[in-house]
Design a protein around this ligand. Structure first.
Ligand code: ARG
Length: 459
């Protein structure tokens, strides 16, 4: 097998060694970015007088031809080549002859792969951001429609205080909004062009690195050639941000699974997003949510793997870094897939409003409000807490909610209670009185919804 670097070698590479070393099976995925980078490189070389205008034209036409043929299926990327860079260069030479041999002037595969991976990652960050925006749009719609849909809010998975579905969805809105801002930060920090770093120490050719960076829409060239070929920080940051996205999706999935259980019945997952059992005919399983929860581990794994791979690598390029690709590709595919599917599931899921409200009524979610009522009538909070504790105990014994107690029963425990207690502890009051910004009361929620709406318009 002829290699790009065969000149110095006297023996052919052993097949097993060759296979172990090769990356084409996975780096073929960035053929488009490789070609885009090469076109920018030769454009710069010609501007600097390193290539003639004619050579530039021949190379660019050849590269565009390769891209078209790969896209229309007439040219197959086979594992006859070690990596995508060798594939493109060998094909170019086959097509245009000697001019093709000049493509790699002033370039190493080390800065080339650093560029390709950045271009690829940059494109994917934009897609991830778009998918995050889609889930935010679905969440905002649910928020707008459900400012008066009451449900229990939980702590320790025990009913705590009543909230609304809008408020619950709003919590996830904040999480995915932060995820988007992490994507934006990573994009900004990584958006510098490593091409021109050469193998590690730049090159003797008079390259115009600012110009190449500009052609490829980077903010500028990277400032240290050794760092340029060995920096994988941006991938670690992306894996970390995607791990956080997955953690959010996984928590949300867990809630959907609980809400979909026979005991809760807060939601009905659409048939299109559930599966049946091969043996139990009654089953409708929340497999999509379970898979999203399950796949979270894969993305965390990629983060841990790459951190570990990078920790012992001396400067500058080492082949260990080729391991970044499969990890990052898999993590990106997984995160994108999970975001898209989860969004689809959320969009089609039916919320059982009556059931949620009924659940919020039971479980003493208005106990805090009953205590607040007493405080408003001059009882110190600690005493009020104790009195309501007695009410709860009484209700448990008599299997009733606070709202179901008669006036006599209230009075028997504390003479402070009057007729207006019923209104004070009604579901509506409990939620509507909570109107500090960020709380579930309708007025507060509407302010937040307006802020989120404006955010989605501008970002
Ligand atoms: N496939 C390699 C990678 O992904 C490309 C760079 C190869 N450079 C080298 N000196 N072997 O990292």
């Amino acid at each position: 097998m002829a290699q790009l670097w065969g000149g110095r070698f006297t023996k052919e590479t052993d097949q097993l060694v060759y296979n172990f070393n090769a990356s084409i099976s996975f780096d073929k995925r960035f053929y488009e970015q490789d070609i885009r980078g090469s076109i920018a490189h030769v454009t710069m070389l010609a501007k600097q007088g390193i290539l003639t205008e004619d050579e530039k034209k021949q190379i660019i036409d050849g590269l565009n031809g390769i891209r078209e043929d790969v896209e229309n299926g007439t040219l197959e990327i086979t594992d006859k080549y070690e990596d995508i860079h060798s594939f493109v260069e060998a094909n170019l030479i086959d097509r245009i002859g000697d001019a093709g041999k000049k493509l790699h002037t002033g370039r190493s595969r080390n800065d080339q792969v650093a560029l390709d991976m950045r271009l690829y990652t940059r494109d994917e960050i934009i897609e991830l951001d778009g998918l995050l925006k889609e889930i935010l749009e679905v969440l905002l719609k649910l928020m707008k429609e459900n400012v008066e849909t009451y449900m229990p809010g939980f702590t320790h998975l025990q009913k705590a205080q009543p909230i609304t579905l809008a408020h619950h969805m709003g919590a996830y809105f904040e999480m995915f909004k932060r995820d988007r801002s992490r994507m934006k930060d990573i994009y900004k920090r990584m958006n510098y062009c490593p091409l021109g770093a050469g193998a590690l120490a730049g090159t003797t050719y008079p390259l115009d690195r600012e110009y190449t960076a500009e052609l490829l829409d980077f903010a500028g060239p990277t400032l240290n050639s050794m760092d340029s070929v060995s920096d994988r920080d941006y991938l670690i940051e992306l894996l970390s941000a995607m791990s956080t996205v997955m953690m959010h999706l996984s928590r949300f999935s867990e809630e959907v699974i609980i809400w979909n259980s026979n005991e809760y019945q807060f939601v009905d997952i659409d048939d299109a997003y559930s599966t049946g059992s091969s043996i139990m005919p009654q089953k409708k399983n929340p497999d999509i949510a379970e898979l999203v929860r399950g796949k979270t581990g894969r993305v965390y794994g990629a983060l841990t793997s790459l951190l570990t791979t990078m920790k012992g690598i001396p400067l500058a390029y080492n082949k260990d870094m080729q391991e970044d690709k499969e990890l990052v590709f898999d993590a990106i595919d997984t995160t994108k897939g999970c975001l898209a599917l989860f969004t689809g599931m959320l969009k089609t899921m039916k919320f059982n409003n009556a059931r949620m409200e009924e659940s919020a009524k039971h479980g003493f979610t208005n106990a805090t409000d009953a205590a607040d009522y007493l405080v408003n009538h001059g009882v110190p909070f600690r005493d009020a807490h104790g009195i309501v504790g007695q009410l709860v105990l009484y209700c448990i014994e008599h299997k009733k909610a606070l709202d179901d107690m008669t006036m006599e029963e209230f009075k028997a425990i504390s003479s402070v209670f009057e007729e207006d207690i019923y209104d004070a502890i009604s579901m509506k009051t409990c939620v509507e009185m909570r109107n500090t910004i960020g709380a579930p009361g309708k007025a507060a929620m509407e302010k937040v919804i307006a802020i989120e709406e404006a955010y989605l318009v501008t970002e």
